[in-house]
Design a protein around this ligand. Structure first.
Ligand code: PEP
Ligand code: MG
Length: 569
């Protein structure tokens, strides 16, 4: 039995689909016969071209012209005699292997393209890197795994999942996900929950310990993976799965009911989403709006930045689907654990404390922030959009963003482009600094949303994805709880709305405390909404005051957790 971190609820029973991303290792190796090496290169080049043509045809059938254009651009590069001639020249002139010649020549071209002051040419740099890797993979006999075609009953076992891998998953065939890396709040965990696939993450060393095709059982609630379960274990987990599915069905009784405590306190129960398509699940589970739209997913897994128009369409679609209900859209939060290759950002020494989110956006107003804010303002004419700024640490950041918003509003006004003049602009409270200054922020911003995933990380100085120190990563730590309570109190005193969109908002042990503190809005994965509604309707806020007081009297996370576990029983 292997233990990891529970990341997405449910029981998965099936066969392991082990996904090992083979690493490309490019060395400057000498070859004895350059002529043969040139032939080897030409062969790989032809195969890459055939592969690209096939990809283009496939994309034309599945998606749109834009993607096909990218593939055609790749083909043009592959057919360019100057490029291939130079590669062959390096092989012959320096007597080195094809992989290395491709590496040096393509990198040179990519650097030249990247330095040009023209978006289309910069795109060429990304294309160049793409074809470089594909040719090298063919030379080294590496075939990338095709997740989309895994057979029914597969349990994916991988080092980590990138959003592009997850996007290819067919939930009808994948019954579970196990990863070596990540934590409860890593993006692979968030995506697994969005797809409602049971998942266990941070299972150290699992990749080297199991073979492809072995029988597996995983318990997404307990964070357990069993390899080759015996008959008794299989039966036990089959039963557990049935119970899980039965409870899930029973929760459907909460669809259409108000989210109100026994003593009549109404709270908002809304959803976290990453893509416009996720709205379907929000409606299915009767979410009362969207409390967090992580827009960085619109920027991931592409070759270039989404245009203002593309973003406008995405935001508008969500706003319209929710017909006037609140839709809180967070402006771009990249950096930290979220990378976007085409943006050409340097790797930070300390990414979580580095150049990310609002810091990056204010530094790149013209190419990144202005188009996004403009798209958001334009889309606000179609529904209940509110703008939320992530990773704020000081009031100047909020003021500068607000100023830019006001500037864009004026411009829209002049051009007679409709937008919501009363649009609310709030912040995520997810840094220690923002929490400590919550009283100051509360006087200027329109709302708060507490991001406990990061607030816990920054308060406890513990990397949220590092399993070695995950024992410190608890929202029940008194330091984090005091911070949460303080933020809620400041918001309530100033009369602004305060929500929570970190994972703690759906934790059954945390919900009673949040109700007692006076939280107005709970935002979570759509699949967690009905259970949260059931929990909230079972308490009266008045009775929870004493519980919260007792919980806050403890001095360790363990004591608080034990107490709350006992209480919710
Ligand atoms: C958070 O930090 O709590 C949060 C909701 O944002 P993310 O997980 O995207 O950093
Ligand atoms: Mg965050």
């Amino acid at each position: 039995m292997h233990r990891g971190t529970s990341a997405s609820a449910g029981i998965g029973i099936g066969r392991a689909a082990v996904i090992k991303e083979e690493e490309l290792v490019i060395r400057q190796e000498k070859v004895s016969d350059s002529k043969d090496e040139v032939e080897r290169f030409r062969d790989a080049l032809n195969k890459t071209m055939a592969q690209t043509e096939a990809l283009a045809a496939d994309l034309a059938a599945k998606v749109g012209e834009k993607e096909v254009e990218i593939m055609q651009g790749h083909l043009m590069l592959l057919m360019d005699p100057m490029l291939t001639g130079e590669i062959e020249g390096v092989i012959t002139g320096e007597g080195v292997c094809g992989e290395y010649a491709i590496e040096t020549v393509c990198n040179n071209y990519a650097a030249v393209f990247a330095a040009m002051d023209n978006e289309m040419m910069q795109q060429r740099a990304t294309d160049m890197k793409d074809i470089k890797v594909r040719m090298q993979q063919i030379l080294q006999g590496i075939t990338p795994v095709d997740i989309a075609s895994l057979p029914a009953g597969s349990i994916i076992v991988a080092k980590d999942l990138t959003p592009s891998m997850t996007a290819g998953i067919n939930p009808a065939n994948v019954t579970g996900i196990v990863t070596e890396l990540g934590g409860k709040t890593s993006h692979s965990a968030i995506l697994a929950r969005a797809l409602e696939i049971p998942a266990v993450v941070a299972v150290s060393g699992i990749l080297d310990q199991i073979e492809d095709g072995v029988s597996l059982v995983l318990d997404g609630d307990e964070g357990i993976v069993i390899v080759n379960p015996n008959q008794e274990q299989s039966q036990e987990y089959e039963k557990k799965r049935e119970t899980f599915l039965k409870e899930k069905k029973e929760l459907e009784n909460y669809i259409g009911r108000p989210t109100v405590t026994k003593d009549g306190v109404c709270v908002e129960l809304v959803a976290n989403i990453g893509k416009p398509e996720d709205v379907e699940k929000v409606l299915q589970y009767d979410g009362e709006g969207v409390g967090l739209f992580r827009t960085e997913f619109l920027f991931m897994d592409r070759e270039s930045m989404p245009t203002e128009e593309e973003q406008f369409e995405a935001y508008k679609k969500v706003a319209q689907a929710l017909s006037g209900k609140p839709v809180i859209i967070r402006t771009l939060d990249i950096g930290g654990d979220k990378e976007i290759p085409y943006m050409g950002l340097k790797k930070d020494e300390n990414p979580f404390l580095g150049y990310r989110a609002i810091r990056l956006c204010l530094d790149r107003k013209e190419d990144i922030y202005r188009p996004q804010l403009r798209a958001l303002l334009r889309a606000s004419a179609f529904g209940g959009i509110k703008i939320m700024i992530p990773m704020v640490t000081c009031i100047d950041e909020y003021r500068e963003a607000r100023e830019l918003i006001e500037e864009i509003k004026k411009e829209l006004e002049e051009k007679k482009i409709p937008y919501n003049k009363e649009i609310q602009v709030g912040i995520m409270v997810e840094t220690a600094a923002a929490s400590l200054m919550a009283d100051v922020f509360a006087k200027e911003v329109d709302f708060f949303s507490i991001g406990t995933n990061d607030l816990t990380q920054y308060t406890m100085s513990v990397d949220r994805g590092n399993d070695k120190i995950s024992y410190l990563y608890s929202t029940f730590n008194p330091a984090v709880l005091r911070s949460i309570r303080h933020v809620i109190t400041c918001a309530r005193e100033a009369g602004i709305m305060v929500g929570m969109c970190g994972e703690a908002a759906s934790d059954p042990m945390m919900i009673p405390l949040l109700l007692a503190f006076g939280l107005n809005e709970f935002s979570m994965s759509a699949s967690a909404i009905l259970r949260a509604r059931k929990i909230i309707t079972e308490y009266s806020k008045a009775e929870l005051q004493a519980v919260a007081e007792r919980a806050m009297s403890f001095v360790t996370a363990r004591e608080v957790e034990d107490y709350m576990r006992e209480f919710i029983k």
